[in-house]
Design a protein around this ligand. Structure first.
Ligand code: SF4
Length: 322
């Protein structure tokens, strides 16, 4: 639902951009730009160390998205310091930061270890809060209680990799959990009053375009604060690359034009109260195999999607129904 005034249309999320944008969400909270700084705190993952599985999810290669300053040999403080320097050089704008525990499963350790790492990040000047990326099966009541307490004194969000709403897909990509397990964790986390995020990949093998699209209603029904979407990219050396080579007809990889049309439809149906952090993924070209989209940066892609929304005079949630 939107409200017209003479100059511009203000949407239900409080600004004129045609989607509920992550950057605007933080501006509305803090009145300024807030930059995420990634951290690799040296965690592993139960889907790699044998607890849940070995080999990990078939698409996974953390090196493909870990910024160069993130190395687990460095302390959390050093990574934040180098990350801030890196972002200052690139954007020279932000003065407030969120420490993003990104690599692997960042709640997969005893609570005392987590507490020490998170508190170290929060002590860094300018760090306003934490974003913690993890798996839906790596959290429990004890950790959630601590995170609830933390979220009383800083910004805090837990982001779960869910990837698909279909168990057949989760099995094929070796996630090691079901959609129902992921849903239960998201609901529980939100019930603790913690900002809850999720990550999904569009284009996974064995899913038709219609199945990919139909996920939007399931995602819209989750108590999510934020969401990230990625198109499937085939990363060299992963199990997904082998699957792609062995069963190419099971893959409906998007061309850029196809993704643009698909994503606009998807966005029109997405719950307008969910803040959208990403439309696409951007692994560095040296990691990629299979068809790509040329040299389009994430910011260019956002501009193109916003331009298309404008041309079609549509917006996130225009066709959303409860
Ligand atoms: S994607 Fe996440 S859960 Fe899957 S293997 Fe990689 S680190 Fe583990």
């Amino acid at each position: 639902m939107s409200v017209d005034n003479k100059e511009k249309r203000i949407f239900s999320w409080g600004h004129e951009r045609r989607f509920n944008a992550y950057s605007n969400y933080f501006r509305s909270l803090y009145g300024r730009r807030v930059q995420k700084v990634s951290i690799d705190a040296g965690f592993t993952c139960p889907n790699r160390d044998g607890t849940k599985g070995t080999g990990g999810c078939t698409y996974c290669n953390n090196d493909a998205f870990n910024p160069s300053y993130c190395q687990p040999e460095k302390s959390v403080t050093q990574q934040i310091e180098e990350g801030i320097r890196f972002h200052k050089w690139r954007y020279n704008e932000a003065e407030s930061y969120l420490a993003y525990f990104q690599a692997y499963s960042n709640t997969y350790a005893p609570l005392d270890t987590l507490r020490e790492l998170y508190e170290e990040a929060l002590h860094y000047p300018g760090v306003l809060g934490l974003i913690i990326g993890t798996r839906p099966d790596c959290i429990d009541d004890e950790k959630l209680s601590y995170l609830r307490e933390l979220s009383g004194r800083c910004y805090l969000a837990v982001e779960y990799g869910i990837e698909s709403c279909y168990n057949k897909t989760l099995k094929r990509i070796n996630r090691g959990h079901t959609f129902e397990e992921a849903t239960a964790t998201v609901e529980k986390t939100a019930s603790y009053g913690i900002n809850t995020g999720a990550h999904f990949i569009l284009g996974l093998p064995g899913e038709t375009r219609e199945e990919m699209f139909n996920q939007v209603d399931l995602i819209s029904a989750l108590p999510l604060k934020t969401v990230k979407f990625h198109q499937l990219q085939i990363i060299k050396g992963t199990g997904m690359e082998k699957d792609f080579r062995d069963h190419p007809s099971d893959f409906e990889l998007f061309t850029w034009e196809e993704y643009l049309s698909f994503f606009i439809r998807f966005l029109e149906r997405l719950n307008p109260s969910i803040v959208v952090e990403r439309f696409t993924g951007e692994a560095p070209p040296r990691f990629l195999t299979g068809p790509g989209w040329g040299k389009k940066r994430a910011d260019q892609i956002v501009n193109l999607i916003e331009k298309r929304l404008e041309e079609l005079d549509t917006w996130q949630g225009r066709l959303y129904f409860r």
